[in-house]
Design a protein around this ligand. Sequence first.
Ligand SMILES: Cc1ncc(C[n+]2csc(CCOP(=O)(O)OP(=O)(O)O)c2C)c(N)n1
Ligand SMILES: [Mg+2]
Length: 311
Amino acid sequence: MAEPKSSAPPRSSSDQRNIAALPPRNSSARAELVEHLADKAKLIRRETVRLSRIAGAGHYSGTFSAAELIAALYYAQLRYQPSDPGWPDRDRFVLSKGHAAIGLYPVLADVGFFDSALLDQYTRLGSIFGDHPDMRKVPGIDFSSGSLGHGLSVALGLALAARVQGRSYRSYCLLGDGELAEGQVWQAAMAAGHFKTGSLIAIIDRNQLSIDGPTETIMGVEPLDAKFEAFRWKVHRIDGHDLDAILDMFAQLDDDPNGPPQLIIADTIKGRGVQRMELDTDWHVGNLVGADYDDVMNEIDAGLQPSIGGR
Ligand SMILES: Cc1ncc(C[n+]2csc(CCOP(=O)(O)OP(=O)(O)O)c2C)c(N)n1
Ligand SMILES: [Mg+2]
């Protein structure tokens, strides 16, 4: 296959994030940032519970496993302009596990892509918000996902487009671990390694479960690190609920758009933040009402407690 023209300028670390610079660990500025992100992860979990009740059902546990990742991406890493959703130099974000859109919409509203009051019509007739995201309707959504397996190919295409157009944006893609059973993911992984798309950042939400059981029972994905390394990726592995670790990871990403594509395997717990849901397949989709709704909201408000079901 022909190599796409390679003219993307390298990214400087100063244009990399929406925040000016990452404060060093153990500084008070860093502690403030982490607290801010933890609040935003709470917002994601709370809104997921609220919107699920409006719709009568929602994807809780796969959204909760990604809450810290989405918070850190949108409030500390991605480059975007809510007043100009189509800004050509924005970082692209492909939510390949589209069923977690219920946790992304409130973030897009919170950062200013649209009025958060619109969320009250979530999934209602005429609403722009479906259970899965529609890039033609929702400002800030870069790809209409939901059918698993396509996102990495699209994110790769966006990274190659940056190269051809001489732009310095990055292309981020958040995948599920059950999603890795789709063959197209591996075609994209192979092509990304071949084309050395260093501006492509894949994040795997390694929450151990697919829709109805453990990935390692349904379709084993490990050793994930070695598989992607064999496909010529640079691979990192972190605790996907540790905001400090996520921030450090983002700061370490290479800026060379012609280097190896970069993968972050984020070890997470499906349902993290609500004990009854942790590593329980019954909460992939559910509907909390009545006292259960209030109990779960209170639990979320209390912040992350040590996990009993997980590690
Ligand atoms: C192509 C395709 N097959 C099946 C589904 C149904 N489905 C929705 S979510 C899901 C589980 C996916 O597991 P994973 O990728 O691990 O997601 P997470 O655990 O992060 O929720 C499945 C099978 C789908 N959306 N798309
Ligand atoms: Mg999973």
